[in-house]
Every structure is written in C-alpha cells, then in structure tokens.
Design a protein around this ligand. Structure first.
Ligand SMILES: NC(=O)c1ccc[n+]([C@@H]2O[C@H](COP(=O)([O-])OP(=O)(O)OC[C@H]3O[C@@H](n4cnc5c(N)ncnc54)[C@H](OP(=O)(O)O)[C@@H]3O)[C@@H](O)[C@H]2O)c1
Length: 297
C-alpha cells in the first residue's frame, strides 16, 4: 500500500488506517485476525481510544484491552504498527483534559494496551473547562517521558487547535475530524487548510459515514444525491461505492488518511484497493457538488 508521512516527520504509515471503535465486542482471536489482516493489507496506523467499549459489556477501556491482549499474545505485532490512541472523554463529565486526568489516562491506556509507549496520543474532544496550558503541559510531559512519540487532536476547531499548539513544545502532528462524502465540513471549516498550513496529517474518521455509504441508506438531506453520485462513479471505475468513497477522501490535497472501521476481514483487505483508484478532478468535484446541492461557484 502507498505510504504517507505523519505530519512533518519522516515516519511513514499506510495511506488507509484501521480503527478499533467497534472492537470491544470482539473475541481476542477475532481481534487478532482483524489486526493482522489490516497490517498485512498495509494499514499500519491502528487507531483506538480509551472510551471505545463504553456502553458495551467490556466497558470503558474495552477496545484497548482487546488490542492489548492481541499484543500480549504476539508482542512482535507492535513493531509493525503505528499505534494511536486517545483520551479525554469521561462521561458523564463529559470531557477532562486537565493535567492530572490526562497523565493518569495515558498510563492506564499503556497498561491496557500492554505497551510502554504509543506513537500518537490524541485529545479526543476539546475540554471547555481545563486550562489549555494544563492540557499542553500534560502532552509535553508525555512526549518528554517517552510515553508517546507524537501528539494530536480530534474534533477540535482550528482555533482550538491553534490555542493548544501555542502552549506546546512539540508540533501537533495530526487532527482527526469526521470526514466522508456524507460529511464534508472539514473542507470548508478550515481543518484541512490548517493541515496544509502546518504539515499536520488529517485522519478522517468514519470515512464510509459509519456504513451509510455501503448500505446506501442515509438520513442526511443530501444522502440520496451523494450515494447516487458515488454509484455512478463506481460503475465507471468497475469499483464499489466504498472504494470510491475512500478514494474521495484521499483525493483532497491535504494528504488525508481515512480510518476504516469494518469488522469484516474480507472488507478490510478489499478496502486497500481504494488506494489504487485515482478519481478524476471532475469526479471529485461531482461528489463535492452532490453534497453542496449546487455547482461550485
Ligand atoms: N475521533 C473520533 O471522535 C472518532 C469517532 C468515530 C470513529 N473514529 C475512528 O474512526 C474509525 C472508523 O469509524 P467507523 O467504524 O464509523 O468507520 P466506517 O468505515 O465509516 O464505518 C464502518 C461501518 O461500515 C460498515 N460497512 C463497511 N463496509 C460495508 C459494506 N460493504 N456493507 C455494509 N456495511 C459495511 C461496517 O460494518 P461491518 O463491520 O459489518 O463491515 C461498519 O459498521 C473508528 O474505528 C475510530 O478509530 C473516531
């Protein structure tokens, strides 16, 4: 699979990433199969979060714990992946990015994951209460102590990202917004432009709109138009709508890495094909216009 650099670093990861949000119900054997399938397909960035599992039998930390079991069984898998996790959501508060909370949260994540260090620690959502200097101090200390190599954010506005960056000793290498053919806000809200400005990587969550695109069923007001547009392009390329939707996310100039979340190993392997598809500029704009409901000005 094509490789792409994380931020302005020389660290390369696969052009598509694999996410563990839906992982908490997996048996360790199933999780092991999914992780190996993703790594074999070249999806070396594995994204998880401490909150994944909340509301399910394994609970808070459940998805990290399953991945930790997989790594416990075969520690060599760790060296094949760029391991990303997140912290800072803690219902019912609901967010906590204070120094003490984040410092304890990364320790707990490392313990569950059975690793000494992660490659990327992301603040999952912006906390409106914790002073941004404190959040930055926690992230600075995580990097200094080697608990994470890099830091990033998720679901932050550009202004929130810049405010945090102003207090950090290290560059934010990534931001993780929701982005798909059915959720195109980061194109216009400045998120991708901030990535172009700083060299940070955009990691796109739910690039298939949580399955709405392959299931061809969306309650988004422009859903039918977007899905019909994706279908037309898919027919022209002899590809699936999922492949076209992933190729769409990767066509934007800001070097976006979509994080897929299927629990089906065959679909993980199939998704890699999307990196070989090159949409024409017209096809990319067709998808943008189908979402906008009008032609570009
Ligand atoms: N930062 C954040 O706040 C945030 C929020 C959400 C997610 N994320 C990250 O993004 C990752 C991906 O999210 P996601 O799981 O929503 O991604 P997604 O790839 O948009 O959606 C995955 C869903 O699509 C379904 N699907 C895929 N191909 C299909 C097909 N051909 N037919 C029918 N259904 C199909 C999957 O079902 P099957 O399993 O049956 O294939 C699964 O339910 C997460 O794991 C997480 O790492 C981050």
């Amino acid at each position: 699979m094509r490789q792409t650099a994380i931020g302005n670093t020389d660290v390369l990861v696969g052009a598509i990433a694999y996410g563990c949000w839906r992982f908490a119900e997996s048996s360790v054997d199933d999780a092991d199969t999914k992780i190996r399938t993703a790594l074999d397909a070249g999806m070396t960035l594995i994204d998880t979060a401490d909150i994944y599992g909340l509301g399910e039998p394994r609970g808070f930390g459940g998805a990290e714990a399953v991945l930790g079991e997989v790594l416990h069984r075969e520690a060599s898998l760790r060296s094949r992946m760029f391991l990303a996790t997140k912290g800072g959501i803690i219902p019912p508060r609901p967010y906590d990015s204070s120094y003490d909370y984040l410092t304890a949260a990364i320790e707990a994540s490392l313990t569950r994951l059975n690793v000494d260090t992660v490659d990327l620690y992301q603040i999952h959502r912006p906390d409106l209460i914790a002073p941004v200097e404190e959040t930055a101090r926690a992230l600075n200390d995580m990097v200094k102590s080697g608990k994470t190599r890099f830091v990033g954010v998720s679901n932050f506005t550009v202004a929130q990202t810049r405010a945090l960056q102003a207090h950090l000793d290290t560059p934010l290498v990534s931001t993780q917004p929701e982005f798909s053919a059915l959720h195109q806000d980061p194109i216009t809200d400045g998120t991708f432009d901030w990535c172009s400005e700083t060299g940070a990587t955009a990691l796109a969550w739910s690039p298939l709109a949580r399955g709405s695109i392959p299931r061809k069923s969306s309650d988004h007001p422009r859903g039918a138009a977007v899905i019909s547009c994706l279908q037309d392009i898919a027919e022209a390329h002899g590809a699936s709508v999922s492949d076209i939707a992933l190729a769409f996310t990767m066509k934007h100039q800001a070097r976006i890495i979509p994080i897929i979340g299927t629990q089906n190993p065959a679909r993980i392997t199939d998704s890699a094909k999307a990196t070989e598809l090159d949409l024409s500029a017209r096809e990319f704009y067709d998808i943008v216009e189908a979402y906008r409901g009008e032609a570009m000005p």
